[in-house]
Design a protein around this ligand. Structure first.
Ligand SMILES: *[C@@H]1O[C@H](CO)[C@@H](O)[C@H](O)[C@H]1NC(C)=O
Ligand SMILES: *[C@@H]1O[C@H](CO)[C@@H](O)[C@H](O)[C@H]1NC(C)=O
Ligand SMILES: *[C@@H]1O[C@H](CO)[C@@H](O)[C@H](O)[C@H]1NC(C)=O
Ligand SMILES: *[C@@H]1O[C@H](CO)[C@@H](O)[C@H](O)[C@H]1NC(C)=O
Length: 381
């Protein structure tokens, strides 16, 4: 017992030292509105009743599954913390009078930029998330006009213009397409996908949004699930052991997303667009994992099957099922801080903390962080 406790304590004290987080940076924004997929879903899809998550999801920080596809905190949680703001409640979470005073999260796991189809995991495509925001805003203003009763739970009217609007979406448009389309087809569909994204951004601008913070998509070819499914032919893998085609599609998507951010910045001189290069941060982590204190770059911490992937399409992390005649459970590894992949699709809290610390250096953004950033008040020390 005693040794376990010491071990846990050690992990908790070591992580902040390894990746000093943004306690050093202060953003002067009153609220955050976030749009995206599982990378930033703080409980949307689970609140909607579409999926449920079992332990060991959430084991590290929240101590309950918490609706996040992670063992603990997501990048968006670390960023909120860095901005001295509370974790975002999900728009769809109706239980326990959640406060949306400091923002609201419209992200839902499985969501795409493009409209959902009958077989989509999530019906909450980007367009739906934007529509939910519009509904949120008009309903909030309606309630605030009725008196002080809701002040604690809803953003003040002027927060909408001053808020940070964050985006992390596109991964499912690309990764999902590889199951039915060729690389060429996927690459050819990127402009249509980004045009849908642009439509949503413009609707938010028309609603008064002015500070946009756009994450690009990560190295999809390095996700355990994709390596297992699409990397059986070693010639398809790059030097990091990632599927080349997936990463190529992600890179092309990102180039065009970056160009779109630039274009929008040119069109809307009274707004600020920040493009954040998550791809480079995650690729660096996976390529140089030992340097950053990780032991497993690709293998999932929580899953079934053991090395080299510990991932099985038939059973998800936390599930118990009869597989091949035997009752099995997809369990967590002993120490998730050794792993980059939590469940074969999503990153561990330790990896998310590393990525967040890198975002907050400001070096991976365009424009790079500086004291010129609109919503950056001052360095705390
Ligand atoms: C790994 O680290 C080396 C040395 O810092 C760096 O040059 C390289 O770009 C990194 N790899 C990736 C994929 O970022
Ligand atoms: C089922 O188990 C048998 C015996 O262990 C094994 O040979 C076979 O590959 C397994 N099938 C699957 C689909 O895992
Ligand atoms: C996990 O920890 C248990 C108990 O300390 C140990 O028996 C087991 O070998 C460990 N498993 C791995 C994969 O390290
Ligand atoms: C955008 O940033 C500039 C400085 O880079 C700042 O002067 C301006 O107020 C910002 N606009 C908004 C809407 O925050």
């Amino acid at each position: 017992m005693a040794t376990t406790k010491t071990f846990v304590l050690l992990i908790f004290t070591l992580i902040p030292l390894c990746f000093p987080l943004a306690k050093s940076i202060h953003f002067n924004i009153p609220a955050v509105f976030n749009f995206g997929d599982s990378n930033s879903d703080t409980g949307g899809l689970v609140s909607a009743g579409i999926e449920s998550l079992n332990p060991p999801y959430g084991q590290n920080y929240f101590k309950i599954p918490s609706g996040r596809y992670c063992d603990g905190r997501l990048i968006v949680d670390f960023l909120m913390d860095a901005m001295d703001l509370p974790f975002l409640n999900s728009y769809l979470d109706s239980i326990g009078t959640p406060s949306f005073r400091k923002g609201c999260n419209f992200a839902a796991a499985g969501s795409r930029i493009m409209p959902a189809t009958a077989t989509s995991v999530s019906p909450f495509s980007f367009g739906v998330q934007v529509a939910q925001f519009i509904r949120f805003k008009s309903r909030a203003l309606e309630l605030l006009a009725k008196g002080k009763k809701f002040v604690k739970y809803l953003p003040a009217e002027d927060f909408f213009g001053k808020a940070l609007y964050m985006f992390d979406i596109g991964q499912n448009d690309l990764a999902g397409a590889f199951y039915s389309q060729t690389l060429d087809q996927i690459i050819a569909s990127i402009p249509t996908t980004l045009s849908e994204f642009e439509t949503g951004i413009k609707k938010l601008y028309d609603q008064g949004a002015r500070n946009f913070w756009i994450h690009n998509t990560g190295p999809l070819g390095c996700l355990t699930q994709n390596v297992l499914k699409f990397g059986t032919d070693p010639s398809k893998l790059d030097e990091q052991g990632c599927v080349g085609g997936h990463n190529q599609a992600a890179k092309l998507f990102n180039l065009q997303l970056h160009a779109l951010a630039k274009k929008l910045q040119g069109q809307y001189s009274d707004a600020n667009f920040t493009y954040v290069d998550i791809f480079t941060i995650k690729s660096n982590l996976i390529a140089n994992y030992t340097k950053y204190g990780f032991e497993q770059p690709i293998m999932a911490c929580c899953g079934y099957g053991g090395p080299p992937f510990n991932y099985d399409f038939r059973i998800a992390c936390g599930q118990t099922k009869i597989i091949n005649g035997t009752l099995v459970t997809a369990k967590g590894c002993n120490d998730s801080t050794d792993y980059i992949s939590w469940d074969g699709i999503h990153y561990t809290e330790a990896a998310n903390q590393f990525v967040s610390s890198q975002i907050l250096t400001g070096k991976y953004s365009d424009p790079p962080f500086s004291d010129k950033m609109p919503f950056l008040l001052k360095l705390k020390f």
